[in-house]
Design a protein around this ligand. Structure first.
Ligand code: ADP
Ligand code: MG
Length: 261
């Protein structure tokens, strides 16, 4: 049975998608079978893996979840795309936006994505769910479907308030809808080593949350290399294997694997 990790933060631009892609491909490079699920109507995960026009894809997560809502049978291979770096993708696009509205009005609305994910679990070692930048119904669905949540936090400023709200939502989902949900850890991203921010923020995060929530030892450095990869549709390991950011994502992969032992 696969492990399901939601990559979530209601703030945009904190490297959720970049982390989902490079952790996912990192795990695949360690021999794991990995599915990446794009739940963001912007389809950035889908686009950053080479499907540059997500809105042109005929079968996406929106179609699958519509089938779940209509209680139609789902073929597990339906709509799954394959990436050359040995991962599978369930793409997402703008249709998820309309679907999220529909989801709000159906019975057991928080469990729709879980139905699909549970169907896919046995085929994969890891399923990573890339969340959209909100705490709306789709993100709640991701938290309900997941075993754990990985929270990327951009190290440029201290987003205490946003983080508190996210953690509150996670705890609420855990209490009411998914008792097994754990916080995999907070991941500091886009750390600029030229400033002292990173150190200060790490210290502050540890002071504020360290006793209750795991914080990954690995931090992801700020690097234009990370931004370039999405335009090329490949991982950081293919784009620039010797870069610091590739090394960081390799270390993150090892930390996640270690958690499983
Ligand atoms: P999110 O999914 O949280 O919105 P993204 O992964 O799309 O965040 O990242 C936001 C932007 O920052 C993208 O343009 C991405 O290429 C860039 N980016 C991601 N990681 C890094 C990094 N380590 N250094 C510099 N830029 C990054
Ligand atoms: Mg994203």
């Amino acid at each position: 049975m696969g492990k399901v990790i939601a990559v979530a933060n209601q703030k945009g631009g904190v490297a959720k998608t970049t982390t989902a892609v490079n952790l996912g491909i990192g795990l695949a490079r360690e021999g794991k079978k990995v599915l990446l699920v794009d739940t963001d109507p912007q389809g950035s995960l889908t686009a950053s893996l080479g499907y540059m026009e997500p809105d042109e894809i005929s079968i996406t997560l929106a179609n699958i979840l519509t089938a779940v809502i209509n209680e139609e049978a789902i073929n597990p291979s339906e709509g799954v795309l394959h990436h050359e770096e040995n991962i599978d993708i369930m793409p997402g696009n703008i249709e998820l936006s309309a679907l999220e509205v529909i989801m709000g009005n159906v019975m057991s609305r928080e469990l729709i994505l879980k139905d699909y994910i549970d169907l896919m679990r046995e085929k994969y070692d890891f399923i990573l769910i890339d969340c959209m930048p909100s705490l709306g119904m789709m993100t709640i669905n991701a938290l309900v479907a997941a075993d754990s949540v990985l929270i990327p936090v951009q190290a440029a400023y201290l987003p205490v308030k946003g983080l508190q709200q996210l953690i509150k939502t996670v705890l609420m989902v855990k209490k009411r809808l998914n008792r097994e949900l754990e916080i995999q850890g907070i991941l500091l991203t886009m750390v600029d080593y030229r400033t002292n921010y990173a150190k200060d923020i790490t210290t502050k995060l540890c002071e504020t949350y360290g006793s209750r929530i795991a914080i990954f030892k690995t931090v992801i450095p700020m690097s234009v290399k990370a931004a370039e990869t999405s335009a090329e549709g490949i991982s950081i390991y293919s784009h620039c294997p010797k870069s610091k950011v590739a090394e960081a994502y390799r270390n993150l992969t090892q930390e996640v694997l270690k958690n499983e032992k």
